[in-house]
Design a binder for this molecule. Structure first.
Ligand SMILES: CC[C@H](C(=O)O)C(=O)SCCNC(=O)CCNC(=O)[C@H](O)C(C)(C)COP(=O)(O)OP(=O)(O)OC[C@H]1O[C@@H](n2cnc3c(N)ncnc32)[C@H](O)[C@@H]1OP(=O)(O)O
Length: 313
């Protein structure tokens, strides 16, 4: 079981207590910010600075199905991230962290394109290294918390995902690319490298050789290349105008449902064991896996499956 101090010991627990533990384990994993005051990070100060660059919004729609839709919404600037949208994003992630029934998340852009990165007007105004690093710390915290949510997330990429927009796609578990879409880490062309955690995550998704090529060449990744190197997990056809065709969002929801079908505690447990396997040293990951296992073993879904004598043909 989990001790108050976050360490782990083995002790039998009741299913009710186990469910509580599952949730608090999820909160511990998902609230893991990279930077705190010990790193000289003052979130209030940076929030205030970012709010000075308003425009657009990050919209969250929580659905009864347990799948939420997060929309990057700043169409007049190709969904570039204004400062206030960065603060919005952090708030939406907090809302998702406290959603006990969550199972899945689709991250999309408004009006037919994904996201063109940081708002260049804000970038120009804070183009000194100190402010740049503060903005990076803020976005790394928000995107790390997004990736660590106890749900299965997918970036639905239509149009372009550029710069910070490309980085955002790597903060999701999966990426679906619509026909004609492009993910491009344009940072080199801007005299930069990723700073929102996009390089570290990209290496984990496509391997260091491919990451070096994508960043070093500012390569345009179309759906074909995306599938080839593992940056894309699927390709969606942009529907023609004719009646009856599923929208891209419906297609993404269908695709995601193969992983989010089932009770929320089980889906959340799946994400937690994979997350700990990805992020923790092996011994720690194994202990976490045992803990998470303890929260579903003998739980309602497990007992129901046992009672129905299910066969896996
Ligand atoms: C690199 C690091 C940094 C980070 O990680 O934090 C970044 O992300 S910096 C931003 C990187 N992104 C860019 O440099 C994108 C630059 N824009 C473009 O390449 C084009 O605008 C494009 C390809 C997104 C769209 O081209 P298209 O011809 O289809 O449309 P327009 O260029 O006319 O764009 C429409 C309108 O949107 C404004 N826009 C687009 N991107 C941004 C942006 N990132 N910040 C601010 N504004 C942006 C563009 O200026 C046009 O506005 P208008 O008032 O009509 O001139």
């Amino acid at each position: 079981m989990l001790r108050q101090d976050g360490t782990v010991c083995s002790e039998a627990t009741t299913p009710g207590v186990q469910q509580q533990q599952l949730w608090s384990l999820g909160k511990r994993q998902s609230s893991g910010c990279v930077y705190s005051s010990t790193h000289g990070f003052n979130p209030e100060e940076i929030r205030e600075k970012l709010q000075a660059f308003p425009g657009g919004s990050i919209d969250l729609l929580k659905q009864e199905s347990g799948v939420a839709v997060l929309t990057i919404n700043n169409p007049s600037r190709m969904n570039a991230f204004s400062g206030s949208m960065m603060v919005d994003l952090e708030e939406r992630v907090s809302q998702l962290e406290s959603w006990t029934d969550c199972k899945g998340l689709i991250v999309q852009g408004a009006a037919g394109t994904f996201c063109s990165g940081s708002d260049l007007n804000a970038v120009r105004a804070i183009s000194n290294p100190q402010d740049g690093m503060k903005m990076c710390m803020f976005m790394q915290n928000a995107l790390t918390r997004l990736l660590r949510l106890p749900l299965i997330s997918v970036a639905l990429v239509e149009g372009r995902a550029l710069g910070g927009g490309a980085e955002l796609t790597t903060a999701c578990d999966f990426r679906l690319l619509a026909s004609g879409s492009v993910i491009q880490f344009v940072h080199k062309h801007m005299g930069l490298v990723p700073g929102w955690g996009g390089a570290a995550r990209l290496v984990r998704v496509v391997g260091s050789q491919n990451a070096l090529k994508l960043l070093g060449g500012a390569v345009k990744v179309d759906p074909g290349l995306g599938l080839q190197i593992g940056l894309a997990d699927g390709v969606l056809e942009v529907p023609q105008a004719e009646e009856g065709a599923d929208t891209l969002l419906q297609q993404a929801e269908n695709w995601l449902s193969q992983y989010t079908k089932g009770p929320a505690p089980v889906i959340q447990a799946v994400k937690k064991v994979v997350l700990s396997g990805r992020e923790l040293p092996l011994s720690e990951a194994l202990r976490t896996e045992k803990d998470v296992f303890g929260t579903v073993w003998g739980g309602p879904a497990n007992l129901q499956a046992l009672a129905s004598k299910s066969k896996h043909k």
